[in-house]
Each structure stands twice: as structure tokens, then as C-alpha cells.
Design a protein around this ligand. Structure first.
Ligand SMILES: C[S@@+](CC[C@H](N)C(=O)[O-])C[C@H]1O[C@@H](n2cnc3c(N)ncnc32)[C@H](O)[C@@H]1O
Length: 301
């Protein structure tokens, strides 16, 4: 996984939903965690795996003033001043869930939201168990492959791959820009590429309208071709778009790989069982008719 999470957290977001959420998680996700944290002991030590900028620990703090909160993440975090000054909240950047810098049996509670599933579970689950006390509680809220968060991204990823294919829309657009630059807008060469590009886009839209819009390519193409930019400027914008598209492909591939399908869920529960973590509840979180995540909780034997 590249360092895109560090770049993301640097932008100052509290949650992993960017501009879509102002402040902290709301609705079912927040309620799920408030209900869980409310039942913890006043002096519990809580470890959050893949904590990001600490959204979950902020919810834990709202539920209880005295708990000791620890968050680890493989990215470089950019914690807001409000959380950073809390003397009982500690964040550890550049720490892998697979190898935790804590003594055995240190924590009373282990949590993770959209975090631990990105790690190598075969290593991370025994590692979490190692640092939990006997009787400690755990709860994970995990990406589900069928959720309304993950599912649309399959379509975007598919469209991004097709745009980027060898004789795909991006290559054709590049050739069209070059032809316009060398021989003029109404030259035969420009026309050939324009017709090919329109045909490719038509096919992509017919097959996967949602995905292609999700890549932003139609608006990008309109913007680049509508103004009288010079050839250099157009190629520069295209190159930037390609770079961002590759970043998007990487992020979405990670998200889809991280999300739980039945096989990965089976692996998770098997690993929990092998690591003395007893799963007592499993639920699909369903908000207004849409699955948004999988919740798994239990305790260490
Ligand atoms: C989708 S974000 C979730 C952040 C936060 N839990 C939240 O709900 O807002 C996933 C986080 O997991 C972290 N992560 C990915 N792989 C990890 C690993 N192997 N160990 C620790 N953290 C990891 C990423 O750096 C990222 O910050």
C-alpha cells in the first residue's frame, strides 16, 4: 500500500469519508460505537487499529471521560489539536497492525473501524489478541463487499481500467490532442481520432454509465476540449488526470481487497477462534435499506 493515507490524513479529515462527512461519523455508525463504548469500564484502556485521525477514539471519549485511548496506524497521522492535547489519548503513526509495540495483555478493549481488514489478518488477529487481556472485549466494523460503500467502487475500478487500456480512451484522447496540435482542429487525422474516441466513450457509457461518471472522465474531457487550450497544456492536464486515475485505481483496489466477502469473513472468524477471540455477535449494519458495513464483536477467552 502506498502512502496515500498519509496524504489523505494530512488534508485534515477526521473520518475516511472526506468532504462527505462534516465532523465525526453520524447515524448508525456513530450509534453502534456509542452503544459499545458506553458499556466499557471507566478506566478501560482501549486500542484502535487503523485509527486514522482518531474519529473512533473521539467517539470513545464522548462516551467516557476517563478511558485511556490508544490509536495505531501504518500511515503518518495528522491529529487535530483538540485530540492531540487530550493527555489520555495517544496516537502512534507508522505502526503496523501486524506488529504492535505493546506488551502482552495491556488492553481491556480492542476496536477497529474500516482499518484492520486492510492488514494481513493472519498476523494482525493473533497480534491483537496478544495485547488484549483475558476477558477483554473487541469490536470491528468492517467494509463489506456488498455494502453501498464498496459496491459502486467495483464499477468505477472497472471503468478506470478500461479508460487506461492500451487502445483505450486515454490513448485515443492523447492522439487526438496531438493531431489537433500538428494539423488543426478540422484535419482528417484529428477527425479519425475524434470519431474513435466518441465511439469508445459511447461503448463505455452503454456498458457502465455509473462507473465512467465515477472516474470523472466525461467532465474532464469536456473541460479540456471545450476551451482553446494549447496542445502542451492539454497534454499536461491529461497526464495529471492519468496520474490521479492510477491513484484512484490503487485506492479502490485496496478497498475492494480489504472488504469482507464470505471467504474473508470465514478466515477472520477462524483466525479469531485460533487466537482465543470468541466471536459473540455478527451483524450486517443496514441503514435505510442499504448495507453499510459488517459488525463483529466478542471477547478474549
Ligand atoms: C479507511 S481508513 C479508516 C480510518 C478510521 N478507522 C476511520 O474509521 O475513520 C483505513 C486506515 O487503516 C490504515 N491501515 C491500513 N493498513 C494498515 C495496517 N496494516 N496496519 C495499521 N493500519 C493500517 C490506513 O493507513 C488508514 O488510515
Amino acid at each position: 500500500m502506498s502512502d496515500y493515507w498519509s496524504q489523505y490524513w494530512k488534508q485534515g479529515h477526521l473520518t475516511s469519508f472526506g468532504e462527505e462527512i462534516k465532523g465525526n461519523y453520524q447515524g448508525l455508525l456513530a450509534d453502534t460505537w456509542k452503544a459499545f463504548f458506553k458499556n466499557n469500564d471507566d478506566t478501560a484502556s482501549i486500542l484502535d487499529i487503523g485509527t486514522g485521525n482518531g474519529a473512533l477514539l473521539a467517539l470513545a471519549r464522548e462516551a467516557n471521560n476517563n478511558t485511556n485511548l490508544f490509536g495505531i496506524d501504518s500511515a503518518t497521522l495528522s491529529i487535530t489539536q483538540e485530540l492531540a492535547v487530550d493527555p489520555q489519548m495517544k496516537f502512534f503513526s507508522n505502526i503496523q497492525a501486524e506488529s504492535l509495540p505493546f506488551n502482552d495483555a495491556k488492553f481491556d478493549v480492542g476496536v477497529s473501524q474500516f482499518g484492520i481488514e486492510y492488514s494481513n489478518l493472519t498476523l494482525a488477529i493473533p497480534e491483537l489478541s496478544r495485547v488484549l487481556k483475558s476477558g477483554a472485549k473487541f469490536q470491528f466494523v468492517l467494509h463489506d463487499s456488498q455494502s453501498s460503500i464498496v459496491k459502486p467502487n467495483n464499477l468505477i475500478l472497472k471503468a478506470a481500467h478500461e479508460l487506461n487500456a492500451q487502445e483505450g480512451a486515454l490513448t485515443t484522447m492523447e492522439r487526438m490532442i496531438q493531431q489537433i496540435g500538428s494539423h488543426g482542429d478540422s484535419s482528417k487525422g484529428a477527425d479519425v481520432e475524434r470519431v474513435k474516441l466518441n465511439q469508445l466513450i459511447g461503448e463505455l457509457v452503454a456498458k457502465n454509465r455509473q462507473g465512467i461518471w465515477g472516474t470523472n472522465f466525461p467532465s474532464f474531457l469536456k473541460y479540456v476540449m471545450s476551451k482553446n487550450w494549447g496542445v502542451e497544456k492539454r497534454l499536461e492536464m491529461l497526464s495529471l488526470f492519468k496520474k490521479e486515475l492510477l491513484g484512484q485505481v490503487e485506492r479502490l483496489t485496496d478497498l475492494i481487497d480489504a472488504s469482507l466477502n464470505e471467504n474473508k469473513y470465514q478466515l477472520l472468524t477462524d483466525l479469531c477462534a485460533d487466537s482465543s477471540l470468541e466471536v459473540s455477535e455478527f451483524a450486517l449494519l443496514n441503514e435505510r435499506g442499504n448495507i453499510i458495513a459488517r459488525k463483529v464483536n466478542g471477547f478474549k477467552r
